[in-house]
Design a protein around this ligand. Structure first.
Ligand code: NAD
Length: 309
């Protein structure tokens, strides 16, 4: 594929989606130089990049470290920012690291990118900025008002406002993606799908929140990263793009499917106290991303089976 950004900085590239994106870049462009900048928190690991470490530049660092960021940004054409504290449950226990990385870190990154003339800044955001759709049949569209409920979602919404302010105030070239719940290889096993799969391997209970009826639109990570790349190349400056798989899956269905696919007994399912402020339903309309040429290729049942394998 043609590549208008030769030198790409992938922040948070040792995490789940970031490491898959690095692999996507190397597989699809032969003239790309990838720099991964990552703090390697509990969620990041060089193991996620082991097969590509020889083909990239890796720098360990925090996105709030202005001096290091300023050095790393030299010669970069585009920044794709995945770096984040990403787990809602952790944000309910202590939200301060979420503000530091997801808000302050993004501000430091985008200010430095703009000052150094980096051509385009892509912020990886989330469908959680829209908040709960409850029992409606509605799908969130990009112009909907934000109504984040968890501290995690609030921090991601704040970051989006800062990124957009750079477009409005400085005419800086920014784009944003709002992906739905993502699953696939290299995900840290605190998130529902890898947690359930690893618990099932060990014959341990699968903890389902509340009545298990919270609905999510699960998207395979390969689709998420191809969407991010499409928005980087084709997205209109200043715009956000939903990325979702048009799936509708409840927590209990995730548990049942995993146990059935793994030939494990359904009585491993255990109901636990609901997450405080648990959103009942998210669902994005990905039509705008489809209009620039992206479409998802994985359906949930096949993607889940592949992930288990
Ligand atoms: P992850 O937790 O697996 O990875 C985050 C990465 O960021 C890790 O490698 C971590 O070491 C790094 N990091 C954290 N704080 C940092 C800091 N201060 N400086 C530098 N690096 C730091 O997360 P993920 O699931 O891959 O999510 C990536 C992005 O996608 C996040 O911005 C998240 O909000 C967004 N997102 C995730 C999902 C999902 O379902 N996982 C869905 C939509 C959007």
């Amino acid at each position: 594929m043609a590549n208008s950004y030769r030198n790409i900085l992938v922040t948070g590239g040792a995490g789940f989606i970031g490491s898959n994106y690095v692999r996507y870049l190397l597989d699809n462009y032969n003239d790309v130089n990838v720099t991964v900048y990552d703090k390697l928190t509990y969620a990041g690991s060089l193991d996620s990049l082991a097969d590509v470490l020889d083909s990239i530049r890796f720098i360990k660092g925090d996105i709030t470290d202005i001096n290091l960021i300023s050095n790393v940004m030299k010669g970069i054409d585009a920044v794709v920012n995945f770096a984040a504290e990403s787990h809602v449950d952790r944000s309910l226990i202590d939200s301060r690291p979420f503000i530091r990385t997801n808000v302050e870190g993004v501000l430091i990154l985008i200010d430095e990118a703009r000052r150094q003339g980096v051509k385009r800044f892509l912020q990886v955001s989330t469908d959680e900025v829209y908040g709960d759709l409850y029992y409606s049949d509605k799908h969130s569209i990009e112009s909907d008002v934000f109504a984040p409920k968890s501290p995690y979602a609030a921090s991601k919404a704040s970051a989006e406002h800062l990124v957009k302010s750079n477009f409005h105030s400085y005419d800086y070239d920014v784009v944003i993606t709002r992906g739905s719940n993502t699953y696939g290889p290299y995900q840290y096993p605190e998130k529902i799908i890898p947690l359930f799969i690893t618990n099932a391997i060990d014959n341990k209970p699968l903890p389902v929140y509340g009545n298990g009826m919270a609905v999510r639109d699960y998207m395979h990570v390969e689709d998420h990263v191809s969407g991010i790349d499409k928005v980087l190349r084709k997205g209109k400056s200043g715009e956000a793009y939903n990325l979702g798989a048009r799936e509708k899956v409840t927590g209990i269905e995730v548990a049942e499917k995993i146990l059935t696919m793994m030939n494990k007994p359904l009585d491993l399912i255990t109901y636990v106290a609901d997450r405080p402020g648990h959103d009942y339903r998210y669902s994005v309309d990905p039509q705008k991303a489809e209009s620039i040429g992206w479409k998802r290729s994985w359906v949930f049942n096949e993607g889940l089976k592949h992930t288990i394998d």
